[in-house]
Design a protein around this ligand. Sequence first.
Ligand SMILES: Cc1ncc(COP(=O)(O)O)c(C=O)c1O
Length: 340
Amino acid sequence: MMKPTFTPPRRLRLAQTPTPLQPVQRYSVAPGVRLFVKRDDLTGSTLTGNKVRKLEFVLAEALDQGADTVITCGGAQSNHCRATAVAAAMLGLKSVLLLRTPDPASPPPLDGNSLLDRLVGAELVWITPEEYRRRGEIFEREALRLKQEGRKPYIIPEGASNALGAWGYIQAMAELAGDLPRLGIPTDERTTVVYACGSGGTGAGLILGKKLFGLGIRAMGVNVCDDRDYFVKAIGGIAEDAIRTYGLPVDFDRERDVWIADGYVGRGYALSRPEELTLLRDLARAEGLVLDPVYTGKAFYGLMGELAKDPARFGENIVFLHTGGLFGLFAQAAELRPLL
Ligand SMILES: Cc1ncc(COP(=O)(O)O)c(C=O)c1O
């Protein structure tokens, strides 16, 4: 590993790390390919998933700025919002969550992530998809309201996906660089990390991390919403901002370096097809490894699709990043039940 010449921002310790890297024993993805899972679903019970790694950096800044309330946003079953609300409660902060729903006058019943949001005391502000598209304004409106109430708000963007949040997965890549040799996995192009891509921060961190630590491994994102061009731009923007802000010594080119496997959004964000849920069920039964329907289940389905097209692109070793999302399963129980 190259010796780092940069200084990471201050970080809180919220996640249970290092997370395990485990071989998948029975489920075979392709002949001659070894599959491993980096268990970032084990970063915590209610904090489960990738967001808590980003929040370690983002919430450190919120505390340093003297904030007493954090505001963030996401879908009705946002894992990011749930992780933020739980972490905020752990730190004695209040949280306000802008949650997207077709009809804010009759929001979905509290379930899965949103149940936990309220359990830890988050204030839920339901907004329409149209309002969500101009969430910058809504963030400002809510921040102003809180200031008028004498509070000190700190805004966390969707998914904590900004230059600061990207440190979560820069740091995770350093962790992985330590894990791989212990399992005899090469840190060069014979190894590919596969991850679900929702707002781009995880991808940006992984790509920056592999470059910063001189690893040749590849990183493929499977987008669960939008399309490849959207994520090349989103990940590219976050990575370039981080390079500028923190003076990172990396050579980054968004078109060359961002690898997105498009074509697996299916019915749309947070909507599942039976074939995706069937794969999720089969993996759960073969390995006791439970993915979520919105992110990791779709990413795994995408991985299988890409392997069927061209296994040689991946090398002999695949590390599937389990980014959590377990509570999202319960919100889709009605679709899962017929398959069980
Ligand atoms: C379980 C899970 N996996 C993956 C992602 C995608 O990560 P990112 O938003 O950093 O692209 C998210 C959030 O969007 C998530 O909740």
